[in-house]
Design a protein around this ligand. Structure first.
Ligand SMILES: *Cc1c(COP(=O)(O)O)cnc(C)c1O
Length: 341
């Protein structure tokens, strides 16, 4: 193997609890008859600040502070993990946060939305049609409003998925390199959910920069493979131009496995809910219905259908999502009258 290139990181602030554990799922791996499944516990990057977004925000907010901004503006669904993480980070570093959310207010804010309010974010709602058609204009209008009252706002795009935020998962690959060296294995495959693209983009770049030697795969929980290929190619170009990196980004494959979106973003079918229960009961790992549950269900199904034939070690990136699970707890049914021993 080649020695990893030296990577020059841009402005960063420390927010995540790192390194996160890399753990084998031995009971589940035995149950499915191999390969050995590992989980990178990015659901443990913090408590309320848990999940993958905080890795990206280390760079997005690092950039905002370097630009001497006093306000963060971002956007997402009503139950956005990214918006919740941004609201909490804002409160931690003393920046005002304004969230533009797609959808209507929940009568009683649940899960992530509850935490947005608790952390003192300003929240405005947009009807999905308008949000879809005018998201970038909406964000620019909100920024201009802050500018008129003398505040300097920094716009973080959906999921912090741009050439800045993706550094979070380049850094995660540096961490994975050390994890695998310590644990004495080389990953054949790395699998993550793709929702806005930054995690996947960073993993693809980091896998190449740190010579992890894995194939990086994702399962889309929104949009489709063509959408993410285009989005990530564009972000690679911006990354290369902005940071003057020598890596040949055009040669890097972008693997998105379709077929697990089900009824749509945020909607999990019974097979996904069953996988969430199985993994919780077998391994004590809590997945969510929007991202990680769908993706893990897809991973198990793809293993069963021999996509990863011959693989010895597969790393699943657990990107978090517990507050989204709690917001959907009504989807699960338990027999609470079952007798105890
Ligand atoms: C946002 C999110 C993802 C998807 O990551 P992207 O970088 O947006 O593609 C996966 N899992 C969870 C829990 C998330 O909140």
């Amino acid at each position: 193997m080649n020695a990893p290139m030296s990577v020059a990181f841009p402005a960063r602030i420390r927010l995540a609890q790192l390194p996160t554990p890399l753990q084998p799922l031995d009971r589940l791996s035995a149950e499915i008859g191999g390969p050995r499944l590992w989980v990178k516990r990015d659901d443990l990057t913090g408590s309320a600040l848990s999940g993958n977004k905080v890795r990206k925000l280390e760079f997005s907010v690092g950039e905002a502070l370097q630009q001497k901004c006093d306000t963060l503006i971002s956007c997402g669904g009503v139950q956005s993990n990214h918006c919740r993480a941004t609201a909490i980070v804002g409160a931690q570093v003393g920046l005002h946060v304004h969230l533009c959310l797609r959808g209507t207010p929940e009568e009683l804010p649940q899960g992530n939305l509850f935490l947005d309010y608790l952390a003192g974010a300003t929240v405005s709602y947009y009807e999905p049609g308008e949000y879809g058609a005018r998201r970038d204009e909406i964000l620019a209008e909100v920024r201009d409003r802050y500018a008129r009252s003398g505040q300097k706002a920094f716009i973080i795009p959906s999921g912090a998925s741009d050439e800045i935020g993706l550094w979070g998962y380049i850094a995660a690959c540096e961490e994975l390199k050390a994890d695998c060296a310590r644990l004495g294995f080389a990953p054949d495959h790395i699998v993550c959910a793709v929702g806005s693209g930054g995690t996947l983009a960073g993993l693809i770049l980091g896998n190449a920069l740190y010579d992890l030697g894995a194939t990086v795969w994702s399962i889309n929980v929104d949009e489709n493979a063509a959408y993410f290929e285009e989005k990530i190619r564009a972000d690679f170009e911006k990354w290369k131009t902005r940071y003057r990196q020598g890596l040949n980004v055009d040669a890097l494959p972008i693997n998105v496995i379709e077929g697990y979106l089900g009824a749509g973003y945020g909607q999990a079918g019974p097979e996904v809910l069953a996988t969430i229960r199985r993994v919780a009961a077998t391994e004590g790992i809590i997945l969510d219905p929007v991202y990680t549950g769908k993706t893990f269900h897809g991973l198990l199904n793809e293993i069963e259908h021999s996509r990863f034939r011959g693989a010895k070690n597969i790393i699943f990136i657990h990107t978090g999502g517990i507050f989204g699970l709690l917001a959907q707890h009504g989807e699960f049914e338990f027999d609470t009258r079952a007798s105890s021993a």
